[in-house]
Design a protein around this ligand. Structure first.
Ligand code: S3P
Length: 449
């Protein structure tokens, strides 16, 4: 007798209508940084409304392993409050075991930057996905600053073993690809450098690290260049002051609801307290360019002025979307939202071309391949030409089984596709959504009710 296991997955059925109000998980990027800056600052820092996905928990675990006391409180699965007490950089300890970053590239790269400036031996590792992601882009500049960095494939793949130094050499570094993680790693190492560390970016990336360092007394200087690039400089050695943080709702999580509402024929969804930082909001503006009916109601800011993060309630209604051309700099600004943007394009009329998507091949999975295969299985016409994804929109999607490669953003994209596809969509390995958005599938059920 052959026993065939039922394929693991969640079935999403097409929804007659979408209504409801959504409270987002805390922003993942800001949550990581709040924990790590609390680790560097001597004293107590409270963090309200942090994301409680597996990635942020991995960062909390690393902070504790390096010597902070990390307390969690709250009972909402989407957000968690933290109280972090730290002896400050000088009092951090050598971790007894490996630092497990799990699926989280942000944890790995930002912590690498911190370890470079600590005179301890530490090993950073993660899951199978993380072990395949390029780390030479942080290892090389950190080694140039004086840290000893060893790892697989010539210190380009995890695990990485880092022996840091209390005082590093400052560098002037141009990042090879736009990456807020790499920029942040170097700026964090720059806090332990004897002089000015400079990071040059061809495309300005998300600026949470700079805002949050400034709010903690570190004078990071940023020049935005007319061509869209940016130059950041920090003078070390520099102390980080402890500070309380309120984390905005994750705009990358909001993106799934914005697309769901825009592509569904009978939808009105309200997403509360989404972060609308100019370096993160590109997905809102791209969807609007496609014709999405998204109303933005500013509701103040988490934190003050230039150092804080603007917030808005976003109301999205059923929209007639049109295909657009997306330039490489826009891809960099919406890097995590490209999978769900491709779904919007599949539901739009006309052609969408998204150029400069090569970096998507180095995320939690090869997202270019995952999008082409997954949206293709649902009946969309998606092709890759060089570094561009081309989508011929307007075909009615039909439910099918789709592979998510344990990638949270693919799982959530295909689940949203299931709301408009005819019949049933089987999203395989949906559990990865917990990496950034615990409770996502519960919300998906709720808004269709
Ligand atoms: C992040 C930066 C981006 C993004 C990731 C979060 C961050 O990665 O994809 O989800 O918090 O700095 P890269 O720096 O590799 O582009």
């Amino acid at each position: 007798m052959t026993v065939v296991a039922a394929p693991p997955g969640v079935v999403v059925r097409s929804a007659p209508r979408l209504r409801g109000e959504i409270r987002l998980p805390g922003d993942k990027s800001i949550s990581h940084r709040a924990l790590l800056l609390a680790l560097l600052a001597e004293g107590e820092s409270r963090i309200a409304g942090a994301g409680d996905g597996r990635d942020v928990r991995a960062t909390a675990g690393v902070a504790a392993a390096l010597g902070a006391t990390v307390e969690r409180s709250g009972d909402d699965p989407r957000v968690i409050d933290y109280r972090v007490r730290s002896p400050g950089r000088a009092g951090l300890r050598e971790p007894a075991g490996i630092l497990d970053c799990q699926n989280s590239g942000t944890t790995f790269r930002l912590v690498a930057g911190i370890l470079a400036g600590l005179p301890v031996f530490a090993v950073l590792d993660g899951d199978a996905s993380l072990r395949a992601r390029p780390m030479g882009r942080v290892a090389a500049p950190l080694a140039a600053m004086g840290a000893l960095v060893a790892g697989r494939a010539g210190a380009t793949l995890p695990p990485l073993a880092i022996t840091g130094r209390a005082l590093l050499r400052p560098i002037d570094h141009a990042t090879p690809v736009p990456s807020a993680q790499v920029k942040s790693a170097i700026l964090l190492a720059g806090l332990a450098a004897a002089g000015t560390t400079t990071v040059r970016e061809g495309v300005a990336t998300r600026d949470h690290t700079e805002r949050m360092l400034r709010a903690r007394g570190v004078a990071v200087r940023t020049d935005l260049l007319p061509d869209g690039g940016a130059v950041h400089a920090v003078d070390g050695p520099a102390e980080v002051r402890p500070r309380d943080e309120r984390v905005p709702g994750d705009v990358s999580g909001a993106a799934f609801w914005l697309v769901a509402g825009a592509i569904h024929p009978d939808a009105e969804l309200t997403v509360r307290d989404a972060g609308t930082n100019p370096t993160r909001r590109a997905i809102i503006d791209l969807l609007r360019r496609m014709g999405a009916d998204i109303e933005e109601r500013p509701v103040g800011a988490a934190g003050d002025g230039e150092r804080g993060e603007p917030l808005a309630d976003l109301v999205v209604r059923s929209s007639a979307l049109r295909g657009i051309d997306v330039a490489p700099a826009e891809v960099a600004a919406a890097i995590d939202e490209v999978p769900v943007l491709c779904l919007a394009a599949a539901a739009a009329t006309g052609r969408t071309v998204i150029r400069g998507v090569g970096e998507l091949r180095h995320k939690e999975s090869d997202r270019v391949a995952g999008i082409v295969a997954g949206l293709g299985a649902l009946g969309a016409q998606v092709t890759v030409a060089g570094d561009a994804i081309e989508i011929e929109g307007g075909r009615r999607l039909a439910g099918a089984a789709v592979e998510t490669h344990e990638d949270h953003r693919l799982a959530m994209t295909f689940a949203v596709a299931g709301l408009i596809a005819r019949g049933e969509t089987l999203v395989r390995d949906p559990g990865s959504a917990d990496v950034s958005y615990p409770g996502f599938f519960g919300e998906l059920e709720r808004v269709r009710a």
